[in-house]
Design a protein around this ligand. Sequence first.
Ligand SMILES: NC(=O)c1ccc[n+]([C@@H]2O[C@H](COP(=O)([O-])OP(=O)(O)OC[C@H]3O[C@@H](n4cnc5c(N)ncnc54)[C@H](OP(=O)(O)O)[C@@H]3O)[C@@H](O)[C@H]2O)c1
Length: 240
Amino acid sequence: MPNTEKSYTIIGSGRVARHFSHYLSLLDIPHFKWSRKSSSQKQLEEKVERSTHIVVLISDSAIEEFVRRNKLFSERVTVHFSGSLVTPFAHGAHPLMTFTEKLYPLERYLEMPFIIDEGRLRFHDLLPGLKNRHFRIQPELRPLYHALCVISGNFTTILWDRFFEGLERQLGLPAEAAFPYLDQIAENLKDRSLPALTGPLARKDLSTIRSNLRVLEGDPLQKVYHGFLEALNIEIRENS
Ligand SMILES: NC(=O)c1ccc[n+]([C@@H]2O[C@H](COP(=O)([O-])OP(=O)(O)OC[C@H]3O[C@@H](n4cnc5c(N)ncnc54)[C@H](OP(=O)(O)O)[C@@H]3O)[C@@H](O)[C@H]2O)c1
């Protein structure tokens, strides 16, 4: 194992592996890449031999088994980016960001914080060369942390996709018509001094809520609407 310069091998060729490799390149941090699609086990071992840090960016369910199988990893700092996984086989460092197929500019990567576990290595030892903000949480709070990430990021994406599709397909309007609305909601949410929620749920306008529910009859989103009413303690009786 090299004992001077820190050096990375990134495992995987999915979205996050591509983004992280791009980030390291933008920072001029040299690194090896390995994925099961493009390289052999022998090539993996050669790269790992020459690395101090292994960043395992593969599907959550495959991480533990993959790290356990590759004995060479145990002599190196092994890191995964899963938001929910806590394992003795690798350190968790979750980038609080969403990664799609499209790569981002350097500024976006620089501003994303990493969430790491209390009681494990320091951030600079986990991901040397990165100056990102980082926060520690108790490992047992990770499932809650990740569930909240999914609710906020993934659920809103599903809702907005459905809105854009409805505008285009059902109403014949361009999705872009809603972009200023989306931007202002994000702005309002970031201003923590004022409540961001507006509309019939904020006003507890029961007749409008009933009308919304009626038009969603037969749509699975009607149940989602009821779920939000329940979360906000708004009681709505049928035919009342
Ligand atoms: N996407 C996000 O927004 C995001 C955000 C934060 C953290 N993360 C975390 O980042 C990690 C990677 O997520 P992703 O979104 O990049 O996933 P992804 O795009 O679905 O890519 C998954 C990768 O895992 C590889 N893989 C799966 N099983 C494997 C195995 N048994 N051995 C070797 N390689 C295997 C796949 O290889 P093949 O292509 O050969 O199948 C693929 O390269 C996950 O831990 C995830 O929780 C993701």
